[in-house]
Ligand binder design. Structure first.
Ligand code: APR
Length: 261
Protein backbone atom coordinates (compact mmCIF):
# COMPACT_ATOMS: atom_id res chain seq x y z
CA UNK A 1 0.00 0.00 0.00
CA UNK A 2 1.74 3.25 -1.15
CA UNK A 3 0.99 6.97 -1.99
CA UNK A 4 -0.98 9.75 -0.16
CA UNK A 5 -4.21 9.19 1.90
CA UNK A 6 -7.79 10.07 0.85
CA UNK A 7 -10.13 12.08 3.16
CA UNK A 8 -11.36 9.51 5.79
CA UNK A 9 -15.10 8.77 6.27
CA UNK A 10 -16.87 9.73 9.52
CA UNK A 11 -15.48 8.41 12.72
CA UNK A 12 -12.08 7.81 11.25
CA UNK A 13 -8.99 9.88 11.81
CA UNK A 14 -6.94 10.86 8.75
CA UNK A 15 -3.69 10.11 10.54
CA UNK A 16 -4.79 6.58 11.37
CA UNK A 17 -5.70 5.85 7.75
CA UNK A 18 -2.40 7.32 6.61
CA UNK A 19 -0.37 5.33 9.12
CA UNK A 20 -2.05 2.11 7.99
CA UNK A 21 -1.86 2.96 4.31
CA UNK A 22 1.93 3.26 4.46
CA UNK A 23 2.44 0.33 6.84
CA UNK A 24 4.84 -2.50 5.91
CA UNK A 25 3.88 -4.63 8.94
CA UNK A 26 0.71 -4.15 11.01
CA UNK A 27 0.45 -5.76 14.46
CA UNK A 28 -3.15 -6.18 15.65
CA UNK A 29 -4.23 -7.04 19.22
CA UNK A 30 -7.89 -7.86 19.81
CA UNK A 31 -9.88 -8.33 22.98
CA UNK A 32 -13.38 -9.33 24.00
CA UNK A 33 -14.84 -6.12 22.55
CA UNK A 34 -14.45 -7.32 18.96
CA UNK A 35 -16.76 -10.28 19.74
CA UNK A 36 -19.34 -8.22 21.66
CA UNK A 37 -21.36 -7.57 18.48
CA UNK A 38 -21.48 -11.36 17.94
CA UNK A 39 -23.40 -11.64 21.22
CA UNK A 40 -20.46 -12.82 23.33
CA UNK A 41 -20.21 -10.81 26.57
CA UNK A 42 -16.96 -9.01 27.32
CA UNK A 43 -15.35 -9.48 30.75
CA UNK A 44 -15.34 -6.03 32.30
CA UNK A 45 -18.14 -4.04 30.76
CA UNK A 46 -20.04 -2.70 33.75
CA UNK A 47 -23.33 -4.63 33.70
CA UNK A 48 -22.96 -6.96 30.74
CA UNK A 49 -19.40 -8.17 31.38
CA UNK A 50 -18.89 -11.74 32.62
CA UNK A 51 -17.00 -10.53 35.68
CA UNK A 52 -20.05 -8.45 36.66
CA UNK A 53 -21.99 -11.65 37.35
CA UNK A 54 -19.28 -14.23 37.97
CA UNK A 55 -16.21 -14.18 40.18
CA UNK A 56 -13.05 -14.90 38.15
CA UNK A 57 -11.31 -16.39 41.17
CA UNK A 58 -14.10 -19.01 41.37
CA UNK A 59 -14.03 -19.90 37.69
CA UNK A 60 -10.85 -18.92 35.83
CA UNK A 61 -7.95 -20.08 38.05
CA UNK A 62 -6.23 -23.47 38.41
CA UNK A 63 -7.14 -23.35 42.12
CA UNK A 64 -10.85 -22.96 41.31
CA UNK A 65 -10.67 -25.95 38.96
CA UNK A 66 -8.91 -28.06 41.58
CA UNK A 67 -11.51 -27.05 44.16
CA UNK A 68 -14.61 -27.71 42.05
CA UNK A 69 -13.98 -28.92 38.47
CA UNK A 70 -17.67 -29.66 37.86
CA UNK A 71 -18.68 -26.08 38.71
CA UNK A 72 -15.96 -24.71 36.39
CA UNK A 73 -16.92 -27.07 33.58
CA UNK A 74 -20.57 -26.08 33.84
CA UNK A 75 -19.56 -22.45 33.22
CA UNK A 76 -17.24 -23.32 30.34
CA UNK A 77 -19.84 -25.54 28.74
CA UNK A 78 -22.32 -22.60 28.93
CA UNK A 79 -19.76 -20.29 27.29
CA UNK A 80 -18.98 -22.93 24.62
CA UNK A 81 -22.66 -23.17 23.67
CA UNK A 82 -22.85 -19.38 23.41
CA UNK A 83 -19.76 -19.32 21.17
CA UNK A 84 -20.89 -22.25 18.98
CA UNK A 85 -24.20 -20.47 18.33
CA UNK A 86 -22.54 -17.12 17.47
CA UNK A 87 -21.10 -15.85 14.17
CA UNK A 88 -18.10 -13.67 13.34
CA UNK A 89 -19.21 -10.04 12.85
CA UNK A 90 -18.23 -7.23 10.46
CA UNK A 91 -15.25 -6.38 12.67
CA UNK A 92 -13.76 -9.88 12.36
CA UNK A 93 -14.42 -9.89 8.61
CA UNK A 94 -12.78 -6.46 8.15
CA UNK A 95 -9.56 -7.81 9.69
CA UNK A 96 -9.53 -10.60 7.11
CA UNK A 97 -9.63 -7.89 4.41
CA UNK A 98 -7.00 -5.81 6.17
CA UNK A 99 -4.70 -8.86 6.17
CA UNK A 100 -5.09 -8.97 2.38
CA UNK A 101 -4.38 -5.24 1.98
CA UNK A 102 -1.37 -5.03 4.29
CA UNK A 103 2.02 -6.35 3.08
CA UNK A 104 2.28 -8.14 6.43
CA UNK A 105 -0.15 -8.44 9.35
CA UNK A 106 0.16 -10.26 12.67
CA UNK A 107 -3.13 -10.89 14.48
CA UNK A 108 -2.80 -11.52 18.21
CA UNK A 109 -6.03 -12.25 20.07
CA UNK A 110 -6.81 -12.51 23.77
CA UNK A 111 -10.12 -14.10 22.77
CA UNK A 112 -10.62 -17.82 23.20
CA UNK A 113 -13.73 -17.94 20.96
CA UNK A 114 -12.09 -18.86 17.63
CA UNK A 115 -14.19 -16.25 15.77
CA UNK A 116 -11.18 -14.78 13.92
CA UNK A 117 -10.39 -18.20 12.51
CA UNK A 118 -14.07 -18.77 11.60
CA UNK A 119 -14.09 -15.38 9.84
CA UNK A 120 -11.18 -16.58 7.69
CA UNK A 121 -8.17 -14.90 9.31
CA UNK A 122 -5.22 -16.86 7.93
CA UNK A 123 -2.94 -16.75 11.00
CA UNK A 124 -4.15 -16.05 14.54
CA UNK A 125 -1.91 -16.05 17.62
CA UNK A 126 -4.14 -17.43 20.39
CA UNK A 127 -2.56 -15.61 23.34
CA UNK A 128 -5.03 -17.02 25.89
CA UNK A 129 -5.72 -20.37 24.20
CA UNK A 130 -8.99 -21.64 22.74
CA UNK A 131 -12.11 -22.55 24.76
CA UNK A 132 -13.28 -25.17 22.23
CA UNK A 133 -10.23 -27.41 22.80
CA UNK A 134 -9.69 -29.74 25.74
CA UNK A 135 -6.34 -30.14 27.46
CA UNK A 136 -5.33 -33.16 29.53
CA UNK A 137 -4.38 -32.10 33.05
CA UNK A 138 -1.97 -35.07 33.37
CA UNK A 139 -0.16 -34.95 30.01
CA UNK A 140 -0.60 -31.15 29.53
CA UNK A 141 -1.46 -31.64 25.84
CA UNK A 142 -4.54 -30.96 23.74
CA UNK A 143 -6.48 -34.23 23.95
CA UNK A 144 -9.57 -36.06 22.74
CA UNK A 145 -12.36 -36.99 25.13
CA UNK A 146 -12.76 -40.60 26.11
CA UNK A 147 -15.99 -41.81 24.51
CA UNK A 148 -17.17 -43.28 27.83
CA UNK A 149 -17.14 -39.79 29.36
CA UNK A 150 -16.54 -39.92 33.16
CA UNK A 151 -19.77 -38.63 34.66
CA UNK A 152 -19.93 -34.84 34.58
CA UNK A 153 -16.23 -34.55 34.08
CA UNK A 154 -14.61 -35.14 30.68
CA UNK A 155 -11.70 -37.60 30.66
CA UNK A 156 -8.67 -37.92 28.38
CA UNK A 157 -9.06 -40.64 25.72
CA UNK A 158 -5.40 -41.67 25.98
CA UNK A 159 -4.65 -41.62 29.74
CA UNK A 160 -8.02 -41.20 31.45
CA UNK A 161 -6.79 -38.02 33.12
CA UNK A 162 -9.12 -35.10 33.81
CA UNK A 163 -9.58 -32.68 30.93
CA UNK A 164 -9.78 -28.91 31.27
CA UNK A 165 -10.52 -26.16 28.71
CA UNK A 166 -7.35 -25.25 26.75
CA UNK A 167 -7.38 -21.64 27.97
CA UNK A 168 -4.96 -19.53 30.02
CA UNK A 169 -6.31 -18.95 33.52
CA UNK A 170 -5.26 -16.14 35.85
CA UNK A 171 -1.81 -16.83 37.24
CA UNK A 172 -0.86 -19.14 34.35
CA UNK A 173 1.75 -18.69 31.63
CA UNK A 174 0.95 -17.58 28.09
CA UNK A 175 1.66 -20.35 25.52
CA UNK A 176 5.34 -19.79 24.67
CA UNK A 177 4.94 -19.80 20.90
CA UNK A 178 2.23 -17.13 20.98
CA UNK A 179 4.12 -15.11 23.62
CA UNK A 180 7.34 -14.98 21.56
CA UNK A 181 5.64 -14.45 18.19
CA UNK A 182 3.48 -11.62 19.56
CA UNK A 183 6.46 -9.88 21.13
CA UNK A 184 8.45 -10.23 17.89
CA UNK A 185 5.57 -8.67 15.98
CA UNK A 186 5.26 -5.76 18.44
CA UNK A 187 9.03 -5.23 18.09
CA UNK A 188 8.89 -5.28 14.29
CA UNK A 189 5.59 -3.65 13.30
CA UNK A 190 5.31 -0.10 12.06
CA UNK A 191 1.71 0.31 13.16
CA UNK A 192 0.00 -1.21 16.22
CA UNK A 193 -3.78 -1.59 16.18
CA UNK A 194 -5.45 -2.26 19.56
CA UNK A 195 -9.09 -3.31 19.18
CA UNK A 196 -11.78 -4.00 21.80
CA UNK A 197 -9.53 -4.49 24.81
CA UNK A 198 -9.48 -2.69 28.17
CA UNK A 199 -5.65 -2.94 28.08
CA UNK A 200 -5.66 -4.01 31.74
CA UNK A 201 -4.43 -7.61 31.55
CA UNK A 202 -0.70 -8.31 31.18
CA UNK A 203 1.36 -9.45 29.39
CA UNK A 204 -1.06 -8.74 26.48
CA UNK A 205 -1.42 -5.08 27.50
CA UNK A 206 2.39 -4.81 27.36
CA UNK A 207 2.44 -5.36 23.59
CA UNK A 208 1.11 -1.87 22.84
CA UNK A 209 3.67 -0.49 25.28
CA UNK A 210 6.46 -2.08 23.23
CA UNK A 211 5.12 -0.28 20.15
CA UNK A 212 4.81 2.99 22.08
CA UNK A 213 8.40 2.73 23.33
CA UNK A 214 9.54 2.20 19.74
CA UNK A 215 7.64 5.32 18.67
CA UNK A 216 5.46 3.53 16.10
CA UNK A 217 1.88 4.78 15.72
CA UNK A 218 -0.62 3.10 18.07
CA UNK A 219 -4.27 3.15 16.99
CA UNK A 220 -7.03 2.26 19.47
CA UNK A 221 -10.51 1.16 18.39
CA UNK A 222 -12.93 1.13 21.34
CA UNK A 223 -16.29 2.78 22.14
CA UNK A 224 -14.96 3.71 25.60
CA UNK A 225 -11.69 5.07 27.03
CA UNK A 226 -9.15 2.56 28.33
CA UNK A 227 -5.80 2.63 30.09
CA UNK A 228 -4.17 2.89 26.64
CA UNK A 229 -6.24 5.84 25.36
CA UNK A 230 -4.06 8.66 26.69
CA UNK A 231 -0.97 7.07 25.17
CA UNK A 232 -2.46 6.13 21.80
CA UNK A 233 -1.62 8.26 18.76
CA UNK A 234 -5.05 7.82 17.20
CA UNK A 235 -8.30 6.89 18.95
CA UNK A 236 -11.18 5.65 16.81
CA UNK A 237 -14.13 5.86 19.18
CA UNK A 238 -16.91 3.44 18.31
CA UNK A 239 -17.84 -0.22 17.99
CA UNK A 240 -15.29 -2.25 16.00
CA UNK A 241 -18.08 -3.71 13.86
CA UNK A 242 -18.61 -0.19 12.45
CA UNK A 243 -15.14 1.36 12.66
CA UNK A 244 -13.10 -1.48 11.14
CA UNK A 245 -15.16 -1.94 7.94
CA UNK A 246 -15.03 1.87 7.41
CA UNK A 247 -11.27 1.87 8.03
CA UNK A 248 -10.65 -0.96 5.57
CA UNK A 249 -12.99 0.68 3.07
CA UNK A 250 -10.96 3.90 3.29
CA UNK A 251 -7.73 1.95 2.83
CA UNK A 252 -9.16 -0.08 -0.04
CA UNK A 253 -10.42 3.07 -1.80
CA UNK A 254 -7.02 4.71 -1.25
CA UNK A 255 -5.30 1.63 -2.63
CA UNK A 256 -7.41 1.38 -5.80
CA UNK A 257 -7.13 5.17 -6.35
CA UNK A 258 -3.34 4.88 -6.13
CA UNK A 259 -3.04 1.59 -8.02
CA UNK A 260 -5.88 1.61 -10.63
CA UNK A 261 -5.89 -1.84 -12.28
N1 APR B 1 -16.26 -2.81 19.79
C1 APR B 1 -15.02 -2.56 20.30
N2 APR B 1 -14.75 -2.57 21.63
C2 APR B 1 -15.77 -2.84 22.47
C3 APR B 1 -17.09 -3.10 22.01
C4 APR B 1 -17.31 -3.09 20.59
N3 APR B 1 -18.51 -3.33 20.07
N4 APR B 1 -17.89 -3.33 23.09
C5 APR B 1 -17.07 -3.21 24.20
N5 APR B 1 -15.82 -2.91 23.82
C6 APR B 1 -14.64 -2.69 24.66
C7 APR B 1 -14.91 -2.21 26.07
O1 APR B 1 -15.04 -0.80 26.13
C8 APR B 1 -13.66 -2.70 26.81
O2 APR B 1 -12.64 -1.71 26.78
O3 APR B 1 -13.99 -3.92 24.80
C9 APR B 1 -13.21 -3.91 25.99
C10 APR B 1 -13.39 -5.26 26.69
O4 APR B 1 -12.53 -5.28 27.80
P1 APR B 1 -12.48 -6.57 28.75
O5 APR B 1 -13.85 -7.02 29.04
O6 APR B 1 -11.57 -6.22 29.86
O7 APR B 1 -11.83 -7.68 27.79
P2 APR B 1 -10.30 -7.92 27.42
O8 APR B 1 -9.52 -6.64 27.37
O9 APR B 1 -10.28 -8.77 26.21
O10 APR B 1 -9.81 -8.78 28.71
C11 APR B 1 -8.51 -9.29 28.71
O11 APR B 1 -8.97 -10.56 30.70
O12 APR B 1 -10.63 -11.68 31.78
C12 APR B 1 -9.44 -11.84 31.10
O13 APR B 1 -8.60 -13.67 29.86
C13 APR B 1 -9.60 -12.69 29.85
O14 APR B 1 -8.74 -12.30 27.63
C14 APR B 1 -9.37 -11.70 28.73
C15 APR B 1 -8.49 -10.65 29.37
Amino acid sequence: MSGGPLPPPDGLVAGAVEALSSARHVCVLTGAGISAESGIPTFRDALTGLWASFRPEELATPEAFERDPEFVWQWYEWRRELIRSSQPNAGHLALVRLARLAPSLTLVTQNVDGLHQRAGSPLVLEYHGNILRDRCVVEQIVAERSPGGGGNLPRCASCGGLLRPDVVWFGEMIPVEALVAAEDAANDCDVFLSIGTSSLVYPAAGLAEIALQRGVPVIEVNPSPTDLTRHADFVLRGPSGTILPALVEALGQGDSARNPQ
